[in-house]
Design a protein around this ligand. Structure first.
Ligand SMILES: C[S@@+](CC[C@H](N)C(=O)[O-])C[C@H]1O[C@@H](n2cnc3c(N)ncnc32)[C@H](O)[C@@H]1O
Length: 342
């Protein structure tokens, strides 16, 4: 809980209501593209003002339709719920610029502790007249108009693709990543501990890398067990673009949460799982995952995950699995495995 006992989603709610309350004071031309907002206040208010509204999301949160790059438009205005990573903000602004009519309006909104106060520096290269439109509830709305004759406009996802070396043990290769993708081309310390402590896996099994990001866990699993049937799942469509290239041949799944149980169960889930919703941390996301995993695992199947040490997962593992072990403990992380779902 933060800020007067409000729950994890308070930033989304406060930022979106702040913008929604001030929309009528702005001279907006439609259609309007609402980018990355998980709330309904902004699109609802725009529609009530008689403007045509389209929505774009790169993440399939709550089962939303998601695509890696915003639609072409042209739009008269764009609203952008500020992303967490600075480079992702720049990438989204370039996407917004490509979707706008000349001189179109951009409104960026977020909480102070998400860094909205210093976001103007990212807006200035693309927008003129950047300034604060509204402040309140620990949030701020910044606005500006698309500059004429933009230089260095990176107007496609491809223009943000980054390739660098990634090495882990005897696995090495060129690694594709994009802004806003977890660990962005590097090996996260938690992921490294998970890979160091990986137990033996069914060599021809069906294996899920849940929350795959750019695909490093899946890539190392397949390097060790070339015959596994590998599936990579994430809710971030941009991360999946990277994973598709980094782990060719793996099945790529877009989804929020574990997949539905299909005809054939998984033999193992290997994961550095999500425990963030925006800036908020939610340890329950991990305990929920441990509870839910048996639903899609075979009777001998297992879940292997890394979690921050302070997150209590052992109880959930013991309730969900017959054989439970902590495989590693170091650098503030622990790796747990559970086999044979109860
Ligand atoms: C801790 S990162 C791990 C990424 C990658 N496996 C690695 O180790 O580098 C967790 C990943 O889960 C994804 N994610 C977050 N919430 C999710 C959800 N509800 N369903 C599926 N994936 C989710 C994030 O986009 C992120 O890529």
């Amino acid at each position: 809980m933060a800020h007067g006992g409000r729950g994890a989603g308070w930033r989304d709610e406060a930022a979106s209501s702040l913008l929604a309350r001030h929309l009528r004071e702005l001279e907006l031309e439609g259609p309007v593209l609402v980018m990355g907002d998980v709330r309904s206040e902004v699109p609802r208010e725009l529609a009530a003002m008689g403007l045509d509204v389209a929505e774009w999301n790169r993440r399939a949160l709550g089962g939303r339709r998601a695509t890696p790059w915003p639609p072409e438009g042209p739009f008269g205005a764009v609203t952008l719920r500020m992303p967490r990573a600075k480079e992702e903000l720049s990438m989204a602004l370039h996407g917004a610029a490509g979707a706008l009519k000349p001189g179109g309006t951009v409104l960026v909104y977020g909480a102070k502790d998400e860094g909205i106060g210093s976001a103007s520096a990212r807006l200035e290269p693309l927008l003129e007249g950047v300034g604060t439109v509204a402040v309140g509830g620990h949030c701020r709305v910044l606005g500006g108009r698309l500059r004429a004759g933009l230089e260095g406009h990176r107007r496609t996802l491809e223009a943000w693709r980054e390739v660098g070396p990634l090495e882990y043990g005897d696995f090495s290769g060129d690694w594709v990543s994009y802004p806003g993708v977890f660990a962005h081309g590097r090996l996260d310390p938690g992921t490294r501990l998970l890979l160091d402590a990986l137990p033996a896996l069914p060599a021809k099994g069906r294996i899920l890398d849940y929350g795959c990001g750019s695909g490093v866990v899946g890539a190392v699993v397949r390097h060790r067990y070339p015959q596994v049937r590998l599936e990579l799942l994430d809710l971030d469509t941009v991360a999946l673009e990277a994973a598709r290239e980094n782990v060719p041949g793996a099945r790529i799944l877009l989804g929020d949460g574990l997949p539905r149980a299909g005809d054939e169960a998984y033999d193992a889930i290997v994961t550095n799982p999500p425990f963030h919703r925006g800036k908020a941390e939610e340890a329950e996301m991990i305990t929920h995952l441990v509870q839910e995993a048996p639903r899609i695992l075979s009777s001998e199947g297992g879940l292997v995950l890394v979690a921050q040490r302070r997150i209590e997962v052992e109880g959930a593992f013991r309730r969900s699995f017959r054989r439970v072990e902590m495989r590693a403990d170091g650098g503030g992380f622990r790796v747990w495995e559970g086999w044979k779902p109860t």
